[in-house]
Write a new protein. Structure first.
Length: 94
């Protein structure tokens, strides 16, 4: 797995919070846009998709900013947030 820059992986926000962005992009906009958003945000998709990893506030905000820029939708962060109720965002649940 490719690791993010050290300053992007501070233990400030769990990557579980960002999994909704991955699901939203994959379902609504497709794999190509998913890859573009994460590439422009300089964050590895595989790293963020692992709920046991962490992001800094700055990295998370950068991801949200790029999400809006690439989709052209100011409500994209909200729409992505609605995906967090999808059971796949929780990982293993006991």
């Amino acid at each position: 797995m490719v690791e993010p820059r050290p300053e992007d992986s501070k233990t400030e926000i769990s990557c579980r919070a960002a999994k909704g962005i991955i699901l939203f992009l994959r379902k609504v906009h497709g794999l190509e846009m998913l890859e573009e958003v994460f590439s422009r945000a300089a964050l590895p998709v595989d790293y963020v998709n692992d709920g046991s990893n962490w992001l800094s506030f700055d990295a998370f905000n950068r991801l949200l900013t790029v999400l809006v820029e690439v989709t052209g939708d100011e409500e994209a962060p909200y729409k992505a947030g609605t995906q967090t109720s999808d059971p796949s965002t929780f990982g293993a649940v006991r």
